[in-house]
Design a protein around this ligand. Structure first.
Ligand code: HXC
Length: 515
């Protein structure tokens, strides 16, 4: 009898807590295309796998009449569950409860589940939908954020950290997602900014809408804060599931293995993708898809710095990462943003032991006052650092141009690629034939009776001598000049034999990369 009474009391308490901020607040959330916090967790995880903790946590604030307010779960839902059958830790801020604002107990719930993730060595997924630091709780809410940032940093490179922005993420709150590995945004729902439009107007007199300041497109395309963009929450959850299928659960595990493919069943169409005119652009993603299992390629940071393409695919069922210049955008040059994008991606792959395949076709670093003043030296150094530091298997294929600093930076042997292959179309030189001929034959061209004719002649001469893979191959900087249709086979072998790669690195606490 006593158990029955206690059970019914528990049921009542649970029902009360599960109501969140109540039906009105939930309706408001739904009206703008948002799911509730619990619905989001359930939609992401495997069916019926979610276990919630700390449902009965209460806030401890007293000021500003807070002691008279009840905030179910203190505005955040935390727990564990599975994704593709494997464990994850997860939390979702509940905007219906005090705008998902972060008070001390709210932060304690988040840090507790983060501690679990680190101990259990499983990914942590955070769904952000919050007005930021709970103003009534003053320094305690700031302390809460500090505790979260500290844990984000401790967990970095140990377990994958995913941030899903499904509402406002304002003020210093943005720095937790910024410290994590992958940030997901949804059109018209996600808003991230340090200071909102009102503050900007007051302080600087500038006017801007919230969407134009920190909407999903802005972060996916301009700032690069977001790695994945989608049109709806549902699409965002599919992206999360796809990403999680490619990445290891922690830094000591391998990613999931998928069934091996029958290599004979594959059709290669690589030759038809590459234009016959070496000046014509092409979409390097088509080359990647022609190489990998089922042509499945998950692009990371698709909309940001599109002159470099990074993402995950599989070769014979095993995850590999691709870093590839994109000739379709700015001829695939390296610049400030593409160096940042690739540098961070390479470091993630190295931390989680994912082999890196680099496809090269670029004229070098982007020249210009804008780039120089934006710090292309400092930013461009990041990609050099990241490749040199990485000890995972590194395999490079030079498809066409590999000029100047671009040749070195895109994982050449000199940055310790394990294998470098080149297609017969590769051109490896200090610079393009036109530029080179104009410099080294300048006097002959200027003094010639017919300078244009001589220039053409000299360009052709230079091209014949240097614009090919054979000079580099003669020095052993290229391990093999290969037929494009053989690329998959050769990559598979290179990855296979690199399975037990070990590299001794000099003792250090940590390096000092050009942040
Ligand atoms: C306490 C908050 C809150 C906050 C929202 N609420 N933000 N309560 N602290 N930071 C409450 C509201 O009072 C309201 O409560 C409920 O949440 C819903 O908010 P609305 O304003 O009605 O919703 P909406 O119109 O959708 O606007 C959402 C919003 C707006 C854009 C997020 O609430 C807003 O601008 N909030 C403040 C954002 C901000 O400046 N945050 C930075 C804080 S400083 P009731 O009871 O009426 O339902 C910060 C520094 C952290 O974060 C530093 C860490 C290093």
């Amino acid at each position: 009898m006593a158990i029955k009474r206690k059970s019914s009391d528990l049921k009542k308490r649970m029902q009360n807590a599960l109501k969140g901020g109540g039906s009105k607040a939930i309706e408001k959330q739904k009206a703008i295309g948002k799911l509730t916090a619990r619905e989001r967790i359930i939609a992401i995880l495997d069916p019926k796998s979610f276990h919630e903790y700390d449902l009965f946590v209460e806030h401890a604030a007293k000021d500003f009449d807070m002691d008279k307010k009840q905030l179910p779960g203190d505005g955040v839902i935390t727990g564990t569950g599975t994704l593709s059958g494997k464990p994850v830790c997860i939390y979702a801020q509940d905007f219906t409860v005090a705008g998902g604002s972060l008070g001390w107990m709210h932060a304690k719930k988040i840090t507790k589940i983060m501690d679990h993730a680190l101990k259990l060595k499983v990914p942590i997924i955070g769904i952000n939908d919050s007005g930021g630091a709970r103003i009534q709780e003053g320094v305690n809410s700031l302390a809460g954020y500090g505790e979260i940032f500290y844990r984000n940093t401790r967990a970095s490179g140990v377990v994958p950290q995913l941030s899903i922005i499904l509402g406002p993420c304002a003020g210093g709150a943005v720095y937790s997602p910024a410290l994590t590995d992958f940030v997901f945004v949804v059109d018209k729902i996600s808003k991230m900014f340090i200071t909102g439009p009102e503050v900007i107007k007051t302080v600087l007199g500038e006017e801007i809408s919230m969407e134009d300041l920190g909407g999903a497109k802005v972060h996916a395309e301009v700032t690069g804060n977001a790695h994945f963009y989608s049109e709806s929450e549902e699409d965002c959850f599919s992206q999360i599931k796809q990403l999680i299928s490619f990445i290891p659960w922690n830094n000591q595990k391998k990613a999931m293995s998928f069934p091996k493919k029958n290599p004979k069943s594959r059709q290669y169409n690589i030759e038809t993708i590459m234009p016959t005119d070496p000046k014509q652009p092409y979409d390097v993603r088509a080359i990647i898809k022609a190489i990998v299992d089922d042509s499945e390629f998950l692009e990371v940071h698709e909309r940001f710095a599109a002159n470099i393409v990074v993402g995950y695919a599989r070769l014979q069922g095993e995850t590999v990462a691709f870093v590839a210049n994109q000739p379709m955008v700015l001829a695939g040059v390296l610049d400030v943003d593409s160096s940042d994008k690739a540098g961070r991606f390479i470091r993630y792959c190295n931390a989680f032991s994912i082999p890196i395949i680099t496809l090269v076709d670029l004229p070098g670093y982007l020249p210009g006052i804008d780039q120089e003043h934006a710090g292309v030296i400092r930013h461009g150094a990041k990609i050099l650092y990241a490749y040199s530091e990485a000890t995972v298997p590194k395999i490079t294929v030079i498809l066409r141009k590999a000029y100047g600093g671009g040749y070195i930076a895109m994982c050449s042997h000199h940055l310790r690629a394990d294998f470098v292959f080149a297609w017969p179309t590769a051109e490896i030189a200090v610079m393009g034939p036109e530029g080179a001929a104009n410099i080294i034959f300048r006097k002959e061209i200027v003094n010639a009776e017919n300078p244009d004719e001589i220039r053409k002649q000299k360009i052709a001469e230079y091209k014949k001598k240097f614009a090919n893979p054979y000079v580099a191959a003669a020095y052993g900087y290229i391990d093999g000049v290969i037929e494009p249709a053989e690329t998959r086979k050769i990559l598979l072998h290179a990855i296979d034999i690199s399975a037990n790669k070990t590299e001794i690195t000099p003792f250090k606490k940590h390096g000092v990369p050009p942040f």
